[in-house]
Design a protein around this ligand. Structure first.
Ligand SMILES: [Zn+2]
Length: 401
């Protein structure tokens, strides 16, 4: 009996996972396929080469394109674990199908100027940002209640706009001692466990984005839709596994970072935070101060590109850590402790640092126009690769009058 492409792909991923813990983010398929055919890196490299060749025979163009870049990510991970000499840019391209370029510092300077205008006063800009944020801090005992209200509203909107099966659900858990703010663990059959890290204080201005990112219409929604359309309807079992260090993460983080804006506009969001959510959180907020805080958040989002530049400085240009720390402090407006933490994250995440910003940027031209909802639905339900997104964006731009 011939072994299917999907089974070979899933078994190979479990082989790679033996060498890179956490390479598999989620798997809810056939339990027998968790046994790798090869565990040795050289054998895995040969197995993946054969698989890559055989994928050329796959009928569907979109499925073939997806499998090809996903397998290339596994091949790149094998090379990295074997100690092959590849540059950081080759690593990012191989793992994620993107080619990062350095963001000009003028973007950060412009964001600093916007923040100065929004937060006039004395003290460092970072101090003023933290002070302004403080009034949106939620009592830890109220965090769960706020999350539940947000989740229900976003679930209803997502269901109406994109359709969701009746049996799907998200279970939330507040956890501590984690390196991330929130995490989606997809369990299959339409269910996710969403963990929210409460090590750091939670702010009512951040939670809608966090819930949209992890749940509706972000990670959970994408998993549910792809399980329904690709795994169950098409029997493309490879969509029942998610590989963290791979191109699908760029798409997933692009969907998740755009999620809130797709289901709710900025004014409605400010009204919601200043009204219903503020009340549940026990805060007395005016619409105006919420709007200002959301503008501050928006300006600060541009500073995330400084961390992407920092990764290039470290891994491509081999600049000294002290210089990179100074760069982060100055451009991303971090304190020394925050810059140390960010550097630690960059070392840990390496190429993954780019998935959020690149994912957002690749989707932005598609979601910025009148076809926003049909594009978002398509991305939730169909396979796509970062290169494919890039060419769709170029086509969309070219077709605009
Ligand atoms: Zn995410």
């Amino acid at each position: 009996m011939t072994v299917s492409i999907a089974e070979r792909y899933i078994r190979a991923a479990h082989g790679v996972n033996l060498h890179k813990d956490g390479f598999i983010d989620a798997y809810y398929g056939n339990p027998d396929w968790t046994q790798p055919l090869s565990s040795n890196l050289n054998d895995l490299a040969i197995e993946l080469e054969h698989l890559q060749n055989d994928v050329l025979e796959v009928d569907s163009l979109e499925r073939r394109g997806y499998l090809s870049v996903q397998i290339r990510a596994m091949q790149t991970m094998v090379k990295l674990k074997r100690g092959d000499s590849i540059s950081f840019l080759e690593e990012v391209k191989g793992l994620h199908d993107i080619s990062p370029i350095r963001t000009p510092e003028s973007l950060f300077e412009a964001a600093h100027q916007k923040l100065e205008a929004l937060l006039p006063g004395n003290g460092t800009l970072n101090d003023r940002i933290q002070l302004s944020r403080a009034k949106f801090k939620i009592d830890p005992n109220q965090v769960r209640a706020v999350i539940d209200v947000i989740s229900l509203e976003l679930q209803q909107r997502t269901k109406k706009m994109f359709g969701l099966p009746d049996h799907e659900s998200c279970q939330y858990a507040l956890v501590q001692n984690k390196p991330w703010g929130g995490y989606n663990w997809y369990l299959g059959t339409g269910c996710s466990r969403i963990e929210v890290n409460t090590d750091l204080p939670q702010f009512v201005t951040d939670l809608p984005d966090l819930v949209a990112h992890e749940s509706y219409p972000g990670h959970h929604c994408e998993h549910v839709k792809k399980e329904q359309k690709l795994v169950l309807e098409n029997n493309w079992q490879e969509f029942g596994i998610q590989l963290l260090d791979s191109p699908e993460s760029v798409l997933a983080e692009g969907i998740a970072t755009s999620a809130l804006g797709v289901v709710m506009d900025k004014f409605e969001l400010a009204q919601w935070i200043g009204g219903e959510l503020g009340k549940i959180a026990g805060l007395n907020l005016s619409l105006e101060e919420v709007q200002t805080e959301l503008q501050i958040q928006h300006a600060r989002a541009d500073l995330n590109y400084a961390a992407c530049n920092a990764a290039l400085m470290l891994f491509e240009e081999f600049q000294p850590e002290a210089k990179v720390l100074e760069y982060l402090r100055h451009h991303q407006l971090l304190t020394s402790t925050q810059a140390d933490k960010r550097l630690e994250f960059i070392h840990h995440a390496r190429a993954y640092v780019y998935t959020y910003t690149s994912g957002y940027d690749l989707l932005e031209p598609l979601l910025g126009g009148n076809d926003k909802l049909s594009w978002f639905k398509r991305l939730l339900e169909q396979p796509a690769t970062p290169s494919q997104l890039k060419s769709w964006a170029l086509e969309t731009r070219a077709s605009k009058p």
